[in-house]
Design a protein around this ligand. Structure first.
Ligand code: GSH
Length: 206
């Protein structure tokens, strides 16, 4: 049975949702960033980390999502078949890892992005992060026009990947999801999903 190491509200929410959608037994272990328990399985001290029963470890959200989609083809979460569908899945996975997630770093940890420790400098970095996040959400929102899912092949691991980041945007962007009606609609569909609700309840209960 696979074990997912997760932190509450983190990007590990995506593979957590996917494991629930797959419907096979798994273990979910809540960890603290940088803890000895987490460092033992991931040298970055970060989540998500997946461990298989034989001790094999996989890090990086995009890789874990891709692995789970292909380990369980019966769940139909890869976003379609064929090399173009696979390429689209990689494209959107990279978008969330490198463009969206990375855009949040200055918002989460502004002092990693300036050597000026003043409040004004912190605010300026956070504001720049907000603009970067809003730019990426604009791209996602336009892509979602007239679509129920991010990929053509229906519900996929990429929808799950979007969910924690949409929640961060709702909480952290000054206007929340104002101006991103299609993203809001995707959020609402995912939030209504029973598997998503199960995971959110588990994470909230700690
Ligand atoms: N590139 C990694 C980033 C993982 C990552 O930074 N996760 C965050 C939570 S969303 C984390 O564990 N942060 C803790 C830290 O950086 O100390 C991935 O996509 O899995």
């Amino acid at each position: 049975m696979p074990t997912l190491y997760y932190a509450v509200g983190a990007c590990s929410l995506a593979p957590h949702i996917v494991l629930e959608w797959i419907g096979e037994p798994y273990d979910a272990v809540r960890v603290q960033y940088g803890s000895a328990e987490l460092l033992a399985v991931n040298p970055a001290g970060a989540v998500p980390t997946l461990r298989e029963d034989d001790g094999w470890l996989l890090t990086q959200a995009g890789a874990i999502l891709d692995y789970l989609a292909h380990k369980h083809p019966e769940a139909g979460l890869a976003g379609g078949e064929g090399i173009r569908a696979a390429a689209e899945a990689h494209r959107w996975s990279a978008f969330f890892t490198s463009d969206v997630h990375a855009a949040f770093w200055p918002v989460f940890m502004p002092f990693r992005y300036t050597t000026d420790q003043s409040d004004g400098a912190r605010r300026a970095v956070v504001e720049a992060g907000h603009k970067l996040v809003a730019k990426q959400f604009g791209i996602l929102d336009r892509h979602l026009e007239g679509r129920e899912h991010i990929l053509d092949g229906g519900r996929s691991v990429i929808d799950a990947y979007s969910f924690p980041m949409i929640r961060w945007a709702m909480k952290l962007l000054p206007g929340g999801l104002d101006g991103f009606a299609n993203v809001r609609a995707l959020h609402d569909r995912l939030a209504a999903d029973p598997g998503v609700q199960t995971v959110l309840a588990r994470e909230a209960g700690g």
